[in-house]
Design a protein around this ligand. Structure first.
Ligand code: PLP
Length: 321
């Protein structure tokens, strides 16, 4: 947001169904967050709903690639052209995912990756900033290097460096970079192991999906994803809560997310957000996430023994009731 010079009076459209960091970046600049609905099939930002919320103040739109599955970037590119707004991809969950043969995070004006401990590729805390725009890149380098032109100095373009603008300290430490380098080298192995777990869940839950008792995640044909999250959807919030309890009682670390930002305590009080987002509310109420990390690939048999049985027996109990 700093690199795009977003500030007071500007609006940035994003899903309410996302992690708080997407919105914090805008709030920290004194700009207005405008939430839009997600597509209930992919849980990704809905371009048609975004278009309805574009105003003269709209500076950027922030598609969030939920679960590492790509948003409809063609639609956002059209929107960007038509209304002259920037696209900032929140690709925090989408390192190593593609849409139409292009890596997520490299399609919009800016892409942001996360290497937080919960992500596929990690160094504990960290991230990467990607841009195709030379002007943005120049500004971002200065912002990241504490407001100095040290990056240009390191490339030999200037003979000394000094304070040339406002900035902060956003460079990954050498020590974390060393950890990240090894993670990046293991990219394929990490992806493959996650894939084994993701596909085992999908296969094991297929029968329940065919009986319309749960809804499995949808990956559009043009998307190659990174198996970041395995989730499925149930019919209601009550059902979700009961099922989470049952799974947790079996020792299966199932969770839900996100509390939609428009209905969070900060969203309601400080953002003074009174937006109605019924589709988002419904999606958030009915999502269940199952545990997914590379080490689980070794336990996939016992995992798919326990998980669908627990889900299946609870679902049949509901049917009976
Ligand atoms: C993890 C995550 C972030 C935040 O990443 P940080 O590295 O903690 O800044 C932002 N957006 C989404 C969708 C995320 O999942």
């Amino acid at each position: 947001m700093l690199a795009l010079e977003v500030g007071p009076g500007d609006e940035v459209i994003m899903p309410s169904f996302t992690f708080v960091s997407s919105a914090n970046s805008v709030v920290l600049r004194g700009a207005q967050v405008v939430f839009a609905e997600v597509d209930p099939v992919t849980l990704n930002l809905d371009p048609d709903d975004v278009e309805k919320r574009v105003t003269k103040r709209t500076k950027a739109v922030m598609p969030v690639h939920y679960a590492g599955v790509g948003c409809d970037m063609h639609a956002f590119a059209e929107l960007s052209q038509k209304h002259g707004i920037r696209i900032v991809e929140d690709a925090a969950q989408a390192v190593d995912s593609q849409n139409g043969g292009r890596f997520l995070g490299t399609i919009g004006d800016i892409g942001c990756y996360s290497f937080h401990g919960t992500k596929n590729i990690t160094c504990g805390e960290g991230g990467a900033f990607i841009t195709n725009d030379d002007k943005i890149a120049e500004r971002a380098e200065i912002l990241a290097e504490k407001g100095t032109n040290r990056s240009a100095f390191l490339r030999g373009q200037v003979d000394k460096y000094s304070w040339v603008g406002c900035g902060s300290s956003c460079i990954l430490s050498d020590i974390l970079a060393a950890v990240l380098e090894v993670q990046l080298k293991k990219r394929q192995e990490i992806k493959q192991r996650r894939r084994v777990v993701w596909e085992a869940y999908a296969a094991a839950l297929q029968a329940l999906a065919e009986e319309h008792r749960i809804v499995l995640p949808h990956v559009p044909d043009e998307c190659d994803h990174n198996y970041h999250i395995f989730y499925f959807r149930v019919a209601s919030r009550d059902e979700r809560d009961q099922l989470l309890k049952a799974l947790q009682a079996e020792g299966i670390g199932a969770t839900f997310h996100f509390v939609p930002l428009h209905s969070s305590s900060y969203g309601r009080t400080s953002l003074k957000n009174d937006q109605q987002l019924p589709i988002t509310d419904r999606c958030s109420d009915t999502v269940i996430r199952l545990p997914l990390y590379p080490g689980l690939a070794d336990q996939v048999d016992s995992l798919i023994d326990a998980t669908p049985t627990t889900i299946g027996s609870m679902m049949s109990a509901r049917k009976g009731a």
